[in-house]
Design a protein around this ligand. Structure first.
Ligand code: PFF
Length: 466
């Protein structure tokens, strides 16, 4: 794609589309969030539910988003509105696009703070701060960073500026080409970490934690007195994470689909994107949990898990200073190629409707998300007290929870219903152009019934109705 991704531009090839989509999907969700929520929600059974959600809901919904985008060839707001009116459905479907824009803002406003941690750790690693760390000192290093509003806001600002520079200058193709080289490198480094975890971590215990399916461990929540009761929340979080990690439910993949060439296979691309994304998450888990157990860390330690466990490994392995720095550089790049997709639905809309330049759109969106992000940064220090919490959650937690577990699945539900019910069967049939009518029939059944019913059931379950 050239430097001005106006609405009707296209990726130069299927490969370019795939790389952009993988760039969007693989990010902090895989390496930061997946391990920490898996730790919080008890391991194997949670992982299994997440995998089932990816296969049964994530992949079909991703196909729907891409096909709608490619058919509409406009920003998600206008794509939804125009496809709806062309198919005789209500123009209110445009609301789905609006929801996506708001969700993208909210996600970026905490994503950028976590990406800021990774930036700070590039510097820490470069100066050798990981050398000889034990569990306690690694915890202190992370604690010092998050205790400082200045440092968090500084790095959050740097990351936001990086994101907006790419959005404003339309040099996305450049970043994507770079990511083509860097993602395999990230993969390689994860493999090195897995090797290290095998040699120096409590590998067996890590694997058992990740892959032993014990539903009672995940679905029983116990208080200090040892009183336990059934909780459906982990299922909601696992489903929410399937949406988050695949960048689904807010139009990000739809907008990328709108630049996709017509002859590329949507089903094939989707499966590859989902596989790549899942593999990175599982590798991160396999690298991290053996270290967590070997170093006496708490798997449920929360958002700092990765930033505490991996530096211990880097501090002890040969060449760790280089590997450690490089790892966080790569993590920043993975986050960068995700964050630009978070704002693309909004930018695409502003440039096509308001005839705004990309530069202005980037400034407007970046400024707003930056401001919102200050609250996320303060959630770890000045605003971490109980008086600032709602339902025991800080502003950061609330944004994370609300977007991933409620807003993205709601967006996904709407997209599934729209594709399955509001438009005629001919639309997806033509756009997917699958060779096997049977396979198409199966997908259509899933998008009409299984995916929506699954999402609704998980919601009802979480609020205690079923
Ligand atoms: N998929 C990204 C990750 O796993 O880090 C996060 C994300 C990007 C979510 C883009 C949603 C989105 F639209």
């Amino acid at each position: 794609m050239n430097g001005n991704p106006a609405v009707h531009n296209q990726w130069s090839s299927r490969l370019a589309f795939m790389l952009a989509a993988i760039g969007s999907a693989v990010g902090l969700g895989n390496i930061w969030k997946f391990p920490y929520i898996t730790g919080e929600y008890g391991g194997g059974a949670f992982v299994l539910v997440y995998l089932v959600c990816v296969a049964l809901i994530g992949i079909p919904v991703m196909m729907a988003e891409i096909l709608l985008g490619r058919r509409g060839r406009r920003s998600p707001i206008n794509t939804m509105r125009e496809l709806a009116s062309a198919e005789g459905a209500s123009p209110w479907w445009g609301v789905v696009g609006w929801g996506g824009v708001v969700t993208g803002f909210l996600i970026l406003s905490f994503y950028s703070v976590v990406a800021g941690w990774a930036l700070a750790y590039v510097v820490e690693g470069g100066f050798g701060a990981f050398q000889g760390l034990d569990g306690e000192r690694a915890g202190a290093l992370f604690g010092e960073l998050t205790a400082s509003p200045q440092r968090l806001i500084f790095w959050h600002s740097v990351f936001m500026a990086m994101t907006m520079a790419v959005v404003a200058n339309g040099v996305r193709s450049g970043l994507e080409r770079l990511v083509t080289w860097l993602m395999p490198l990230l993969f390689l480094l994860l493999a090195v970490l897995v090797g290290y975890a095998m040699a120096a971590g409590d590998f067996e215990r890590g694997l058992h934690f990740l892959f032993d399916v014990d539903f009672s461990k995940v679905f029983m929540s116990c208080d200090e007195a040892g009183l336990c009761e059934f909780t459906a929340e982990p299922v909601l979080v696992a489903m929410g994470h399937a949406f988050f990690t695949l960048s689904l439910g807010m139009g990000a993949i739809m907008v990328y689909g709108s630049y996709m060439p017509h002859d590329a296979s949507i089903a094939g691309s989707t499966v590859m994107i989902a596989l790549a994304d899942t593999l990175v998450a599982l590798m991160a888990g396999v690298a991290i949990f053996p270290l967590v157990f070997a170093n006496g860390l708490e798997p449920g330690a929360g958002p700092g898990l990765v930033f505490v466990s991996l530096p211990i490994a880097f501090g002890a392995m040969p060449g760790g200073q280089l590997f450690g720095t490089l790892f966080f550089v790569l993590l920043v790049f993975a986050a960068w190629s995700s964050s630009i997709s978070l704002v693309e639905p909004a930018v695409a809309w502003l440039t096509e409707n308001e005839h705004m330049s990309r530069r202005k759109a980037a400034l407007l969106i970046g400024g707003l998300a930056w401001l919102l992000g200050i609250g996320s940064a303060l959630s770890f220090n000045l605003w971490s007290g109980d008086e600032y919490k709602v339902f025991g959650k800080t502003l950061f937690d609330i944004k994370d929870y609300l977007t991933a577990n409620i807003m993205l699945p709601l967006g996904g539900l709407a997209i599934a219903l729209f594709t399955g019910w509001a438009v005629s069967r001919r639309l997806p049939e033509g756009e997917l152009a699958m060779r096997s009518p049977l396979l198409f029939g199966a997908w259509h059944f899933v998008i009409r019934y299984i995916a929506p019913a699954g999402i609704v059931l998980v919601f009802l379950n979480a609020i205690g109705v079923v």
